[in-house]
Design a protein around this ligand. Structure first.
Ligand code: PMV
Length: 338
């Protein structure tokens, strides 16, 4: 094979049932279920030339020394141990996110997934890998880079984590969750409340769960909620989905408040917005529900049919200065070649 170039993309995802707490090698303590996004994504331009297995990785033209690049290098070394044929090439990878820099949107999921997707595109040129197995492998290695990244390969809904009664479920990789067609166009408007870096990284958050007195109850509850969520996704019962994602977001943040080293990642405006959303829904009966990641930004989930009403409402909220920015996203199908 001589040198060649190509580009890949992988989106971010938002968990409906959260992964919070892990064992060694990013094995989750409970199953999680997420919505794959479309517009918040990482694009990686790959240049592959004959060489010795080196990787020159830059993110938004920052050099190889950033924490993320170091993680990518480690992951690349790990992939090469299973696929030594990669040592016959040098890789030059230019990585960019479509969402604004430091917008508070976690980029590790899309970043890892997009990188691994690209590496496996190269491997596919050398080996004929079955499509299902290929996605599992890509998800497997993405997980080793950043747990939630394993849910960014496919869509619109992905579950990750062993679940009794679900024979395809796995702690090692994400698998597609069946969903009602009415959920294929689900919208997610992300209200950016703060652009500051997180006070507590998600790795630290997962670690603190080891000493949290409520962890055993949490893991049991999350397991049951994941099973219920899969049912709701199948039947397309959006009000049940909405109630559960709100409850789940608040439970995630409650766990942060209850350990020996309590911390909180919401901002006062996150709470103001939560109140405003609940009020808006009560007054208008428009089905819009919130969820949060491990941070202060709110994801508003709603069916495409009520998009104009929700966008109008967001516009009306703007003068109150409760959020800095808004990103409109929607359900997507995962990583792909560009
Ligand atoms: O994948 P990590 O290690 O960044 O952890 C993600 C944790 C949450 O975003 C809070 C929940 C989730 O399942 O995505």
């Amino acid at each position: 094979m001589t040198g060649f170039t190509f580009a890949v993309q992988a989106p971010s995802n938002i968990a409906f049932i959260k992964y919070w707490g892990k064992k060694e090698s990013q094995i989750p303590m409970n199953p999680s279920v997420s919505l794959t996004l479309t517009h918040c994504k990482t694009i990686n331009q790959f240049k592959v030339i004959p060489g010795n297995g080196t990787l020159n990785f830059t993110f938004h033209e920052e050099s190889n020394s950033t924490a993320f690049s170091i993680k990518i290098q480690k992951l690349f070394a790990l992939i090469k141990t299973e696929y030594p044929e990669l040592n016959s090439f040098d890789f030059i990878v230019r990585s960019e996110n479509t969402f604004p820099h430091s917008s508070g949107i976690a980029s590790s999921a899309s970043g890892m997934a997009s990188f691994v997707y690209g590496i496996f595109h190269v491997l596919q040129q050398m080996k004929n890998v079955n499509r299902t197995l290929l996605n599992q492998k890509i998800s497997y290695y993405s997980r080793l880079g950043s747990g939630s990244a394993c849910r960014s390969i496919e869509g619109p809904f992905v579950q990750w984590g062993q679940m009794e009664g679900f024979k395809d479920s796995s702690n090692d990789f994400g698998v597609i969750s069946e969903n009602h067609p009415s959920l294929n166009n689900l919208c997610d408007s992300i209200l950016i409340v703060s652009k500051n870096p997180k006070k507590i990284s998600s790795s630290e958050g997962h670690r603190l769960m080891q000493q949290n007195p409520y962890s055993p109850i949490r893991y049991e509850r999350a397991k049951n909620k994941a099973i219920d969520m899969l049912d709701f996704l199948k039947s397309g019962d959006f009000s049940k989905i909405g109630e559960m994602i709100e409850q789940e977001a608040l439970e995630l943040h409650a766990l942060m408040l209850t350990g020996d080293k309590p911390y909180f990642l919401m901002e006062p405006n996150s709470l103001h917005l939560i109140q405003a959303i609940v009020e808006f829904r009560k007054n208008t009966l428009i089905p819009v529900y919130f969820t949060l990641d491990a941070g202060p930004n709110l994801h508003l989930l709603y069916p495409a049919q009520v998009k104009s009403e929700v966008l109008n409402w967001i516009d009306q909220l703007k003068p109150k200065n409760l959020f800095l920015d808004v990103i409109h996203d929607e359900a997507g199908l995962g990583a792909s070649l560009l």
